[in-house]
Write a new protein. Structure first.
Lengths: 466, 540
């Protein structure tokens, strides 16, 4: 008996008797041919009591330096925002935690209504009329949007701004290689998408054009201008797809108002923890015309036989379990629990809160950029006048890895090594710094001190070595 | 379905505790000016936001998010939660979904800040615990599947399938071959053919033989040099192990194709039979099924893949690597075995690590990335904790008990003391099953006028989640039952009794089940209207 099974010897006797076999082994012997039976125990350690497993997992956790242990300015796609306690409390409720996909709507109204509320919130944030109930995460949502565009117009090229998250570009390339679409990358100019190169890259055979808002380097793109340029670049307009950070949409013009057709992105910034990269959720919103080509689950409102308001999974003829090879996607996951965290978080922030938080991030990010670029050997990577909202790129006149190492000795992670992420020559010496609402002025001032000293020391040692 | 607000006598067989008040959304609650969020103070010099963000980039009116206090939010969602049936409240025998108990230990360890607040771009040197956990989980999954190399990256089973088919594409391309077709049996999960299309291949369906396995003649006829891969679930969606698996593997490999294992049904064979030993090249695991993630109402989950040597060069980036640390003492000591997992005493694992773990992004033949960062680490923590808890014997016991429970429930449903069940709901294929079985509601429909859907809806009034219905497609009025190993004999008995009671009731008056359910928060919903005139968000 393990602690998660309950068959006593007495149970076993009754059960075997009912089945009409002499042993459990016989059930397997009669079904699985001997040559493919394992015939030895798995080479794994013996099981452990609960408290020993806890200690082992606690010990592993203790060998990680988390955002709880150091002053963390890492971002680049996932952010150390504050997650309110009520999110944890609601996610831990059995009724949300332990059911599966709501195949039986009569006993799944809670989950279905959460999906409906989530879809409403995403539509409201993005100003796009249709949203699904969420997909895996950000970069694969970008790739799924590409697949939808390909189904929509059947064309053979994707044009992608270099401002997209490098993981999104890489994921899109992986998917696109499968369904046979070429990916063309458009460079940045002064930290934002080079709109002339963007327009020039879009042709009659362009299925979709992608940009990020804010872009990977933290800069706010002129979304309306990019959309307009994409739509007039060739006779047949591509689907314009934006990867957006939903938390910035309290203050940034929403994609739907900027001519964007499909907005997708990483939902982690909405009430989900870092978890070393997942699970979180990807959101997926679009114009009405894409409704029947969307991937993923969608909840819809309807009535029961007594006329009571209720919710169901709808438009399932798009989906793999009905359409099989003709489905619009193979996705059957909605990250329902993570999307619940998202909609609870958005309710907690509320209509005014999301604006206030956005303005706080804007002000603190501005302050951090000003003070950090005042340091000797530190400058903005791009001399752009484009605003930055929560993140920005610096160029250090010193080895980035060595500087980061020096900062770590003082309990600070100053941000991500840009070149390590993008591999682009122009990003050498780049440091991507994220400022969430958890990073106070005092924290930023401490970063300024420590980074300034680290860069100075490193330049000194470089000079000595030279 | 008639509109009957008064349930017939006896319909409230199990008084539901689900909340039945009219649905009100969060957007219909609250009042202008209410709030739950208190913004941290502006501690930097104030700058006019219009100066930092020009008007043409700004949002002109705030999004119409709720205006609501914290107590109202909590009450709203707690009440909503009470409109859900869940695994912690009752039996959930959803076929192919492996709804086994979710130990709460897993939630506790996953929430430790060292795991939960670890940034995915933390330097590997400062994420050694996380990388060691991932390495250990990879090694365990490798041993369980019998395949040497593992990537944890895919986010779900369907994502693992996409990885697998793209790996197959890369493998053939490297050999200079262009193949166009992928074979999938007609019993396969819908994700298989959908994935094949997404990955740019053509689906060719394989027929099922009278025993429920692959029709070998059909396979031989369709297996040619244009076939890239055969995707198979074994045991399949009928709960049956294909006895011809060795021959199937020979045929597939004989034409140079790969053999893909859909791991949705792995819970039947852990520690008993391994896909790698059956001849499979690529396997995906559903961590949320066999390795017990809470299903979360549809997600999250994780879909790691394991592959053979010849497929390994193409695995997604990044991969986790391990090398011996030079610390002046020999590696592999201090209470760990070759897999690096903790031995019987968990405390010994707290000693100094003897390995250094890293993340490798440079793999020239890789298919590339399938998503951001390293995968759903929070899921890895939970499944790793599960494997540590059960160990080699416990995993085998889990599969054996799952199979025992399924066969016992099947036997109870074919019991001579329960005559209506075997008559109206015969087993679709075979005599015994592995972890799940499929009944056909065909006779029930013809003789009692009761569809499988009606039976499922009436089960709701008995306090059970129904089995999977209408899948696999080749079984008329299919009912696919997977009890899992964590249910007691008493629960299985009660479920069998409920099925018998519904059939007896239907023999008297089929209208009761046809109009069921009665005791749920809402009754049957108009799905046709929902799809015809979709309302998928609240008008604000």
């Amino acid at each position: 008996l393990s602690r998660y099974t309950a068959t006593t010897p007495a149970d076993l006797e009754v059960m075997l008797d009912a089945i009409g076999v002499g042993s459990v082994k016989e059930i397997f012997d009669r079904q699985i041919p001997a040559p493919v039976r394992l015939g030895r125990p798995l080479d794994l350690p013996a099981g452990l009591p609960e408290q020993d497993v806890y200690e082992h997992l606690r010990e592993l956790a203790a060998r990680n330096v988390s955002a709880e242990d150091e002053l963390c300015f890492l971002g680049a796609g996932m952010y150390d925002h504050y997650v309110p306690a009520l999110v944890d409390m609601l996610m831990e409720r059995s009724e949300f935690l332990t059911p599966y996909t709501p195949y039986q709507p009569e006993i799944s109204q809670g989950g279905l209504q959460v999906m409906f509320e989530y879809q409403t919130a995403i539509s409201e944030l993005t100003a796009l009329p249709v949203s699904n109930a969420s997909v895996y995460e950000g970069p694969s949502a970008v790739a799924s949007a590409g697949y939808m565009a390909r189904l929509h117009n059947g064309r053979g090229r994707f044009v992608v701004s270099a401002g997209l998250h490098p993981h999104s570009i890489a994921t899109l390339r992986t998917y696109a290689h499968g369904f046979g679409v070429e990916v063309i990358e458009v460079p940045l100019r002064k930290g934002v998408t080079d709109i002339d190169a963007w327009a020039a890259a879009i042709d009659e055979d362009t299925s979709a054009a992608f940009f990020a808002q804010p872009n990977f380097y933290g800069a706010v793109e002129d979304a309306a201008a990019l959309s307009a340029a994409a739509k007039t670049a060739a006779e047949k307009a591509p689907v314009v797809i934006a990867q957006v950070d939903p938390l910035t949409l309290g203050i940034l013009a929403p994609p739907g108002d900027c001519g964007v057709d499909v907005a997708v992105g990483e939902g982690q910034s909405l009430g989900n923890r870092l978890d070393f990269g997942g699970p979180s959720f990807g959101f997926f919103a679009a114009r009405e015309e894409f409704l029947r080509r969307m991937p993923g689950r969608i909840a819809g409102e309807t009535r029961d036989v007594d006329g009571r308001r209720g919710f169901v999974l709808t438009l399932q003829t798009r989906e793999q379990h009905i359409r099989r090879a003709k489905a619009t996607s193979n996705i059957c996951t909605s990250q329902a629990l993570n999307a619940l965290a998202g909609v609870v978080y958005l309710s907690w922030l509320g209509r005014q809160g999301i604006v206030e938080l956005g303005e706080l991030l804007l002000a603190r990010t501005h302050y951090a950029l000003q003070t950090l670029t005042g340091l000797e050997g530190v400058e903005a990577l791009y001399s752009s006048s484009q605003p930055v909202i929560r993140e920005f790129a610096l160029r250090l006149d010193a080895d980035v890895a060595a500087v980061r190492e020096r900062c770590a000795e003082h309990g600070i992670n100053p941000g991500a090594d840009l070149y390590a992420l993008t591999g682009r020559g122009e990003d050498r010496g780049g440091l991507l710094v994220a400022i969430t609402e958890r990073r106070t002025r005092a924290d930023i001032d401490r970063l300024v001190d420590v980074l300034g000293a680290a860069v100075a020391s490193e330049r000194q040692s470089q000079a000595v070595r030279a | 379905v008639s509109s009957a607000t008064t349930p017939p006598a006896g319909s409230e067989l199990s008084e539901t505790s689900l909340q039945r008040e009219p649905a009100v959304t969060i957007f219909e609650r609250g009042a202008p000016g209410r709030r739950a969020f208190q913004c941290p103070e502006l501690d930097v010099p104030a700058v006019d936001p219009n100066e930092l963000l020009p008007a043409h980039l700004r949002r002109s009116t705030p999004p119409a998010l709720p205006e609501i206090s914290e107590p109202e939010i909590v009450r709203h969602y707690v009440r909503l939660s009470k409109r859900n049936f869940d695994l912690d409240s009752g039996f959930y025998p959803l076929g192919s979904c492996t709804m086994k108990h979710n130990p709460r230990l897993h939630e506790r360890v996953a929430a430790l800040p060292g795991h939960a607040r670890l940034h995915p771009l933390q330097d590997p040197a400062r994420a050694q615990g996380a990388l060691e956990l991932m390495w250990n989980l990879e090694r365990a999954l490798s041993e369980i599947s019998g395949l040497p190399h593992v990537s944890l990256q895919p986010s779900a089973g369907s994502h693992g399938e996409l990885a697998g088919v793209l790996l197959t594409r890369a493998y053939h391309e490297q050999r200079g071959e262009t193949r166009h077709k992928v074979l999938t049996p007609d019993t396969s999960h819908g994700t298989n053919p959908a994935t094949v299309t997404m990955a740019g291949f053509e689906v060719v369906a394989l027929a099922t033989n009278p025993d429920g396995g692959i029709d070998l003649d059909d396979l031989r006829a369709k297996a040619d040099s244009d076939v890239a891969c055969l995707m198979l679930t074994n045991p399949n969606t009928l709960g049956l192990f294909d006895p011809n698996i060795v021959e199937i593997a020979e045929i597939v490999h004989g034409v140079g194709a790969t053999l893909y294992y859909d791991g949705a049904n792995l819970n039947a064979v852990m520690g008993l039979s391994r896909p790698g030993d059956m001849g499979f090249d690529i396997v995906h695991f559903n961590l949320h099924k066999s390795f017990t993630q809470p299903h979360g109402g549809g997600g999250p989950g994780a879909g790691p893949i394991a592959v053979s040597e010849r497929i390994a060069p193409y695995l997604p980036v990044p991969v986790i690597t391990r090398r011996e640390a030079i610390v002046g003492k020999s590696a592999g000591s201090n209470g760990k075995d070759s897999s690096g997992m903790a031995h019987t005493n968990g405390h010994t694992a707290a000693s100094t690590p003897t390995y250094i773990f890293d993340i490798d992004y440079e793999r020239s033949k890789s298919i590339g990335r399938l998503r951001g960062f390293q995968g759903n680490y929070g899921c890895f923590v939970r499944s790793y904790a599960y494997i540590c808890s059960l160990g080699a014997e416990g995993l085998k016991d889990a599969s054996e008990t799952a199979v025992l429970n399924a066969n016992y429930l099947l036997a109870r449903l074919r019991d001579r003391t329960n005559p209506p069940v075997a008559k109206y709901l015969p087993l679709a294929y075979g005599q015994l099953c592995l972890h799940e079985f499929v009944l056909s509601g065909g006779p029930m429909k013809r003789e009692l006028g009761l569809k499988t859907l009606d039976l499922a809806k009436r089960l709701l009034d008995h306090g059970f989640h129904p089995p999977t219905v209408y899948f696999p497609l080749l079984v008329e009025e299919a009912l696919m039952v997977e009890p899992t190993e964590t249910e007691t004999r008493e629960t299985l008995d009660a479920f069998a009794d409920a099925i018998a009671a519904i059939l007896s009731e239907a023999a008297e008056d089929p209208e009761i089940a046809r109009n069921a359910p009665y005791t749920t928060p809402v009754r049957r919903l108009d799905e046709v209207a929902a799809a015809k005139h979709p309302v998928i968000r609240q008008a604000l």
